[in-house]
Design a protein around this ligand. Structure first.
Ligand code: FE2
Ligand code: FE2
Length: 373
């Protein structure tokens, strides 16, 4: 008894928590990396790859471990894809939504069995869980697509990608071992490192999709807060079934704004099938410039025409057609066309995740030269 009482009097070991200190250390590291990474990525440094889905090149990696190693963009994986004449891409489905800007060519999609036509200048959208495949039916002209998928989904424990059909002409890597199904068709392959890749729909994902459709109920007017959440499911299911998958560039007007001449293709007020992106095309007149501004949402430009430079927080970054320009959160930025005879043009993808978290909006700092309201 005496010994036990003594033991009870011994002080508890003190445990030190370092949550705040570690968070500060991690995030200050991010800021340092952003400051040193290049703002302009060159097409010549970005090789094309033969993938199961398409011929692609990857400008910004979506792999979490590669975050902030090559460029200062973190919420958008960005790639480019070519569809040769008469080519159909692979058929697949993923939990993440995807945004495509058609750089050149014309073609169509089959999304959950429905056809959507697109042409150069349009935005094509793949809502989450949509079974999709790209087609270029033109016998002589290729199509080229600039696209992005959001990376935060990788951290949300819901992500999966299913490859239903390999693209036309794709052969599995020579060092891989093919796996055939009972019907003698290719069902996947075993890679050199032992990983087994399976083609086809995933039962868990299909169950999630089916379950939502089976359990959705119509609620005219929610009676309580719980029913408001039930109605949210109904609204989401209906939105997914009815939303348009192509924003036609010809139907969107150019606007002469304080930031310059802009065509706002994807914005919250336009029903586009996208929830985590904004997108626009901007033109800079010969020898002209944009306005100057600052905002939290990351912005990535693909230069479509011309040459010029950006000034980010007072530092000049030169670009030319085909380059990609990265604008990290809160960088003050302005775009300049250095060619006195030709316009410059770029398409911009912007991450809407920041806006969801209360970090949206624009701090406007300077009007574009020549803006007169
Ligand atoms: Fe896809
Ligand atoms: Fe901007």
């Amino acid at each position: 008894m005496e010994k036990m009482a003594e033991r009870r009097r011994e002080p508890e070991p003190v445990r030190y928590g370092r949550n705040i200190e570690e968070t500060q250390r991690r995030t200050s590291g991010d800021a340092q990396k952003v400051a040193t990474l290049p703002r302009v990525l060159k097409a010549s440094d970005t090789p094309w790859e033969m993938g199961i889905q398409a011929f692609s090149r990857h400008w910004v990696s979506g792999v979490p471990a590669e975050r902030l190693t090559e460029c200062p963009i973190t919420t958008m994986a960005i790639s480019e894809q070519i569809l040769d004449p008469n080519m159909k891409g692979g058929r697949h489905r993923h939990v993440r939504e995807a945004i495509f800007y058609i750089i050149e060519g014309e073609g169509y999609e089959i999304h959950d069995g429905k056809r959507w036509n697109w042409t150069a200048g349009d935005i094509m959208t793949v809502p989450s869980y949509c079974d999709h495949q790209h087609f270029n039916p033109n016998p002589t002209k290729r199509a080229r697509l600039w696209f992005s998928i959001p990376t935060p989904v990788e951290f949300m424990a819901i992500h999966w990608v299913e490859q239903i059909e390999m693209r036309a002409g794709y052969a599995i890597p020579p060092d891989a071992e093919p796996i055939y199904g009972p019907d003698k068709k290719l069902a996947g392959y075993k890679a050199k490192d032992g990983h087994v890749f399976q083609l086809g729909f995933n039962k868990m994902i299909q169950q999630r999709i089916n379950s939502k459709l089976e359990n959705v109920v119509h609620i005219e007017k929610p009676k309580d807060t719980y029913q408001e959440y039930m109605k949210l499911l109904e609204d989401e299911v209906k939105w997914r079934q009815a939303v348009p998958h192509v924003v036609k560039a010809a139907e969107v007007p150019w606007e002469d704004t304080q930031m310059g001449r802009i065509k706002f293709l994807v914005v919250p007020k336009r029903n586009s099938g996208l929830l985590t992106y904004d997108a626009f095309v901007q033109e800079l007149p010969p020898g002209g410039a944009s306005g100057k501004h600052r905002h939290a949402p990351e912005e990535a430009h693909k230069i479509l025409e011309g040459k010029g430079y950006d000034v980010h927080d007072g530092v000049k970054h030169e670009w030319e057609a085909e380059d990609m320009v990265c604008i990290p959160p809160y960088a003050t930025h302005q775009h300049f066309n250095s060619d006195p005879h030709h316009p410059a043009k770029f398409v911009a993808f912007q991450s809407r995740w920041y806006t969801f978290m209360g970090h949206g909006g624009i701090e406007h700092l300077e009007d574009a030269p020549g803006y007169n309201g």
